[in-house]
Design a protein around this ligand. Structure first.
Ligand SMILES: Cc1cc2nc3c(=O)[nH]c(=O)nc-3n(C[C@H](O)[C@H](O)[C@H](O)COP(=O)(O)OP(=O)(O)OC[C@H]3O[C@@H](n4cnc5c(N)ncnc54)[C@H](O)[C@@H]3O)c2cc1C
Length: 341
């Protein structure tokens, strides 16, 4: 075990390399660092968040991935209370509506819809503080060596070396990284993910609408939310997600065609938007949004290779699943270190 330090360790062997700065990766990295391990986190995006990130454009901010979350387990609820006290999480109480019939399997509405403030990635930014995080670093070609792993930045040496590797990328990306190096790659490949098209709209003037968020069961949209009705936000920013079925059918469609069709659907639901051209309009495709059927395993472990795979697709979808999978991954890696070292 190396001495815990926040300074980047550029040459030596790290204890753990974590691929991915989303909920699973950063939760694990914090636990590992707090236990005294030397951890490096690599993330291909420009900052932390993953599927729980926030897009900013022309003064507007859009939570274009995860919308809100719930805390069902006692452990996660306790953590949420801590973050609430730190001002990182608040309850969101939108005026809700539903278009069309509620699906039979819709479940009961949650007691509380929680959001991070002032943007959905706020908790992750907080967790990343003090960690050695390398952003804009796309891991490629992890290779097993005598004492651990060598992970290359996409076509750009030098590699990062670490005794243990934790991969928190969505399952198809985990497979692409690890195929041929571990039997876990095949398990990951068997977890299908559903896509989601997101439309972000920023308006100069407030829209006269009698709801802040809506489930739409008649498509092509599945969800609409006034982003700025969440605590700590401002401006008239809206996020609309296409339904899963529509997103699947239009997975490879041209972004402009998707934008046009989703804007028309949005205007049907929010007629006040018809008379105002949005100042910002942007479609984003989440190719791997949600696991169709998570594995119901806390994380995947390849003990012989010192490798763990984690993420929402293991432990049960969504933010709480990613968090608990990250925790389980850290626990597993710590178990590989003898107590006295
Ligand atoms: C449209 C949408 C709506 C959602 N709505 C909700 C919701 O309302 N409530 C809820 O609880 N959940 C929601 N979710 C799900 C939630 O966002 C996820 O469950 C959670 O964020 C997953 O976290 P994770 O750490 O497992 O994975 P991710 O957030 O996907 O993190 C993985 C990270 O790995 C990085 N990565 C991948 N490959 C590499 C590589 N080669 N090198 C370096 N980095 C790499 C990625 O860039 C990413 O940052 C939604 C998701 C989407 C997309």
């Amino acid at each position: 075990m190396s001495t815990n330090s926040n300074a980047p360790n550029t040459s030596a062997m790290h204890d753990v390399c974590v691929i991915g700065a989303g909920w699973a990766g950063l939760t694990a990295a914090v636990d590992l660092r707090e236990a005294g391990l030397d951890v490096v986190v690599v993330e291909k995006a420009r900052g932390p968040g993953g599927r729980c990130s926030t897009r900013r454009q022309d003064g507007f901010a859009f939570d274009h991935g995860a919308q809100y979350f719930t805390a069902r387990s006692t452990d996660f609820a306790a953590k949420v209370e801590e973050w609430k006290r730190a001002g990182l999480i608040a309850a969101w109480k939108p005026r809700m509506t539903v278009f069309g019939d509620r699906p039979r399997n819709a479940g009961t509405p949650p007691d509380q819809r929680l959001v991070a403030t002032p943007s959905m990635n706020a908790v992750l930014k907080h967790l990343a503080q003090g960690l050695d995080c390398r952003y804009g670093w796309r891991a490629a070609n992890p290779q097993r060596e005598d004492n651990g792993w060598a992970i290359e930045e996409f076509q750009s040496p030098p590699a990062i070396r670490a005794r243990h590797l934790l991969v928190t990328a969505p399952p198809r990306q985990a497979f692409d990284l690890l195929a041929g190096t571990t039997p876990l790659a095949e398990i990951a490949a068997g977890v299908p993910m559903r896509p989601s098209w997101a439309l972000m709209l920023g308006f100069e003037q407030t829209l006269a609408v009698d709801f802040d968020a809506a489930f739409d069961n008649e498509g092509p949209l599945g969800w609409l939310a006034r982003n700025s009705s969440k605590p700590g936000r401002c401006g008239e920013a809206w996020v609309a997600h296409a339904s899963q079925e529509w997103s699947e059918r239009h997975l490879e469609s041209d972004a402009q065609a998707v934008t046009d069709e989703l804007l028309a659907a949005f205007r049907q639901r929010v007629p006040a938007a018809t008379s105002q051209a949005p100042g910002v309009i942007k479609a984003h495709r989440w190719r791997y949004a949600l696991a169709a059927e998570p594995l119901k395993r806390a994380c995947l472990i390849d003990e012989a290779n010192g490798l763990v795979l984690a993420g929402d697709w293991c432990a049960g979808n969504r933010i709480e699943g990613a968090w608990s999978s990250g925790r389980a991954a850290a626990e597993q890696i710590l178990a590989w270190y003898p107590a006295e070292t």
